[in-house]
Design a protein around this ligand. Structure first.
Ligand code: SAH
Length: 250
């Protein structure tokens, strides 16, 4: 990984995902996978109904290491003890009297807080969400904007959305492009234009007495694309072969 990404990576590693009383071990596995996909690693489980469990392993696939290092505790306060901030993640934001952050806005704030230490995102249980006490153990509330008539996401998918937003907020949201082949230079392009001119005159396509706007049109045409040097060579090779034929009188 390039050195430039290191601070962002460190900030992501200081974000803790806390699942409160998860019912389905499969969701724990999927959450672990979502986290590892996005570069998070610190998973805590408060009173999971069943863990470890084969369903968690199956759904975690390549993120089994996160399950192995997941911490299980009896109370939310244990998971939050060393954190400098905690964000409750809730499908029901109206029950919160303080400011509610949308997932995208929350991500930036979480990372800012993570500059000072570990920051927790606290998720509720599948059937009942977070209790009031769990919510009040946090300082802010985060909601993933969704269809108001059906706004409750699957637990692991909610973890996925937040983890992705954190990754984007950390500046790791772009895709590296494969290095392209060398582009044609201005001199290469001028060579091509001269060659086109020569071929169009030799073939009789262009009347030397009335050149019209043909030359301008080629320039416009090729300016709309970014030719590689190799592509210019192919076109010039073709023109050369046609000119050779023409001069041989074939
Ligand atoms: N039935 C529960 C929701 C359970 S979904 C309820 O009404 O609260 C399990 C957990 O996923 C939630 O506690 C929350 O942490 C997260 N979640 C699901 N949908 C969400 C949303 N739209 N915004 C934020 N968190 C969400």
């Amino acid at each position: 990984m390039p050195i430039m990404d290191e601070p962002a990576k460190c900030a992501l590693e200081r974000v803790r995902i806390v699942l409160c009383r998860p019912n389905h071990p499969g969701n724990i596995g999927s959450a672990a996978r979502a986290m590892k996909n996005m570069g998070l690693a610190d998973l805590w489980l408060v009173e999971p109904r069943r863990f470890p469990a084969p369903e968690a392993e199956w759904l975690a696939t390549g993120a089994a290491d996160l399950l192995a290092s997941a911490r299980v505790c009896a109370r939310l306060t244990d998971a939050l003890a060393e954190c400098v901030a905690a964000y409750a993640v809730s499908a029901r934001p109206r029950e919160w009297s303080l400011e509610v952050l949308a997932a995208r806005d929350a991500a930036g704030r979480v990372l800012n807080d993570a500059a000072n230490g570990v920051v927790a995102l606290v998720f509720g249980n599948e059937s009942a969400g977070l209790t009031n006490d769990e919510m009040l153990a946090c300082q802010r509330l985060v909601h993933i904007p969704a269809n108001p008539a059906f706004s409750s996401l699957n637990l692991a998918q909610a973890v996925q959305v937040l983890s992705y937003e954190l990754r984007v907020a950390a500046g790791l949201g772009s895709v590296a492009q494969a290095p392209g082949l060398p582009l044609a230079t201005v001199a290469d392009m001028e060579g091509l234009y001269a060659h086109l001119d020569q071929a169009s005159l030799a073939s009789g396509f262009q009347d030397p007495a009335r050149p019209g706007r043909l030359r301008d049109r080629w320039r416009r045409l090729f300016s709309r694309t970014r030719l590689e040097r190799e592509e210019v060579n192919i076109l010039r090779g073709l023109l050369k072969a046609l000119l050779r034929r023409n001069s041989n009188g074939q």
